[in-house]
Design a protein around this ligand. Structure first.
Ligand code: C2E
Ligand code: MG
Ligand code: MG
Length: 575
């Protein structure tokens, strides 16, 4: 008797425990009979689904169906439960209030000694939040937050899929790489929030004009890609490029500013130009660079020739690295002449690259490569040292008012060590700072106005002069120009070229002269080749000129001869 009671007590205790677990567990539990009629549910079930026990007993769990899964889904689920005794997976169900939720569900079949099903037990918990977070993360990982376009990863993913299916069906794919031409300037002058608005607006126009099927993605700052899958002819890509350039070139009004952009588009074709994702992307990028190099606002198909050019640049980068050590650079000097006095006021130092067995490479070919690789910083320093040394020597020969103009890459403006470097070279060579003029191109000045103003002021404070090179080719704003401590403006030769034949250019040059004087700057015109050009510039108040009319850039020995003929120059310039 005693033992019986103990057994009964233990059984009761177990039952009490089981029912406590049943009630308190966070997972929702449903127990049904063999016909799937609900016998019992726990508190968690009510909390998750909204149904009280008396509302569901006697019904089947089908009341929870959301309609998100088809019949096949449930059939396979129950097949698995009946055959393997269990099913596990994610189910989208519906709460009493109509809301759909995601549950992680396990169903087990409970069998009697004979092996036939007595009960089913369903155990599930709410994973809706987890699912939502997953989706958000998924979205963040594959979409650009600013424009909501697919990002770089998704772009590569889709391109991979597109190529795979095109290969199967032998179809043509065009990949277009698109880069906004003047985004940087807009971003730097009007601020990042206008820049962001512009990117969004561009994304909007792109998706709208490519509505039908192509995939637009944003793969970098101002870089977009378009995949044209399944085209019949490369000319389809031309049509799309022209449409894109058309919609982008209409003015944007952003935060009260009217903004204009153009784009450069590189196109590469599969399978003609490349048979894999990497090469296709690289080729489109190369073509885009080429379009940009041609002045932008255009499209360019990839070609083998472009690839050769790209490789050539790569090779040149390597050669340039050794050019400094091998002492392969030379300096030529071109005089700058004062139009009132006819005196040579100074000279511009122009670098030349002389490779044994190759000959002279013009700076227009290697300076851009040196800029890209950052090597220009060292080249410029070498030029600066050599030019200052030379000018100091000419001062000692009696030409002691000569100023030297040295071209200064935009990269120096971002380099902390620039001021120290320049003052170091001046000290080392003994040239007075007032005789050194640093030429910075107009485009570079406008790239990052705040930083530029700071750097230019620092340079000014050590006594060097500053001049703006290639003026007229950039996008200066008078507002900013006023803030730069500049001494001289150099009118770009492209305007001088047509000064006597093109009334627009003549008007631009006159305006630049007036503008420069109003900013208290001297004006020099470069690329002066004829007497007519000289006459025009003189009569419109230009202070100085530089150009073949007086002299081509000369090696130092010849420049010395030129200095000795000073009188002749005077006659030629003030006649
Ligand atoms: P830039 O500073 O605008 O130099 C003027 C260019 O115009 C020089 O070309 C000069 O030879 C050329 N030129 C001068 N007068 C005339 C003329 O009457 N007619 C014509 N058709 N051309 C004329 P260059 O020497 O080929 O230099 C090209 C550019 O390379 C320079 O343009 C400058 O931006 C860059 N560069 C040259 N040397 C250096 C350097 O040491 N450092 C840096 N960063 N850039 C340099
Ligand atoms: Mg220059
Ligand atoms: Mg120039």
């Amino acid at each position: 008797i005693l033992r019986d009671i103990t057994g009964k007590k233990m059984a009761e205790e177990r039952l009490r425990l089981t029912s406590k677990v049943f009630e308190n567990t966070v997972e929702s539990i449903i127990i049904t009979d063999a016909k799937q009629k609900i016998l019992q549910v726990n508190e968690a079930f009510t909390r998750i689904t909204g149904y009280r026990p008396e509302e569901v007993t006697g019904k089947t769990p089908d009341i929870l169906r959301s309609g998100w899964h088809d019949e096949k889904f449930y059939k396979e689920m129950w097949n698995s439960v009946n055959q393997k005794g269990m099913w596990q997976g994610e189910v989208w169900d519906r709460r009493k209030n109509g809301e759909v939720f995601a549950g992680q569900l396990t169903i087990s079949a409970i069998k009697d000694e004979k092996g036939s099903v007595r009960n089913y037990v369903g155990l599930f918990y709410d994973i809706t939040e987890k699912k939502r977070t997953e989706e958000r993360i998924q979205h963040l990982a594959y979409y650009d937050a600013l424009t909501n376009l697919p990002n770089r990863s998704l772009f590569y993913d889709r391109l991979g899929h597109t190529l795979a299916s095109s290969q199967r069906y032998r179809r043509l794919v065009a990949l277009m790489f698109l880069d906004l031409d003047n985004f940087k300037i807009i971003n730097d002058t009007l601020g990042h929030h206008v820049g962001d608005m512009l990117l969004k607006a561009c994304a909007g126009r792109l998706t709208e004009c490519l509505r039908k099927d192509p995939t637009v993605a944003r793969v970098g700052g101002d870089e977009f890609t378009v995949i044209l899958a399944n085209i019949k002819d490369p000319r389809d890509a031309v049509v799309v490029s022209e449409r894109i350039n058309g919609v982008l070139s209409k003015p944007f009004t952003l935060d009260g500013h009217e903004v204009f952009v153009t784009s450069s588009i590189g196109i590469s074709l599969y399978p003609d130009d490349a048979d894999n994702v990497q090469t296709l992307v690289m080729n489109a990028d190369t073509a885009m660079y080429h379009a940009k190099g041609q002045g932008g606002n255009r499209y360019q198909f990839f070609s083998k020739a472009l690839n050769v050019k790209a490789r050539e640049r790569l090779r040149m980068g390597t050669l340039l690295r050794h050019a400094l050590e091998k002492d392969e650079f030379l300096l030529y000097y071109q005089p700058e002449v004062d139009l009132k006095t006819g005196l040579i006021t100074g000279h511009e130092a122009l670098v030349r690259w002389q490779q044994p067995g190759v000959g002279l490479t013009p700076p227009a070919e290697f300076i851009p490569v040196a800029e890209e690789t950052g090597l220009i910083v060292e080249i410029d320093e070498w030029v600066l040292r050599r030019a200052c040394t030379q000018t100091r020597a000419w001062h000692e020969d009696g030409y002691d008012t000569l100023r030297v103009a040295v071209n200064f890459s935009g990269l120096h403006l971002r380099d902390e060590k620039t001021v120290e470097m320049v003052s170091g070279v001046l000290k080392e060579t003994g040239l007075d700072a007032g005789y050194l003029e640093l030429e910075i191109t107009e485009g570079v000045l406008m790239e990052n106005v705040e930083m530029t103003v700071k750097m230019l002021n620092k340079l000014k404070s050590i006594g060097v002069r500053l001049s703006v090179d290639d003026f007229g080719t950039g996008y200066s704003s008078l507002n900013y120009l006023k803030r730069f401590p500049i001494d001289k403006i150099k009118i770009d030769q492209s305007f001088v070229r047509d000064i006597t034949t093109d009334s627009d250019d003549a008007a631009i040059v006159k305006t630049i002269i007036t503008l420069a004087h109003s900013l208290n700057c001297k004006v020099i015109a470069e690329g002066v080749e004829t007497e007519e050009e000289l006459e025009f510039l003189r009569s419109n108040g230009c202070d100085e000129v530089q150009g073949y009319y007086f002299s081509r850039p000369l090696p130092p020995e010849e420049f010395e001869k030129f200095l000795k003929e000073g009188k002749k120059i005077r006659r030629k310039s003030i006649a």
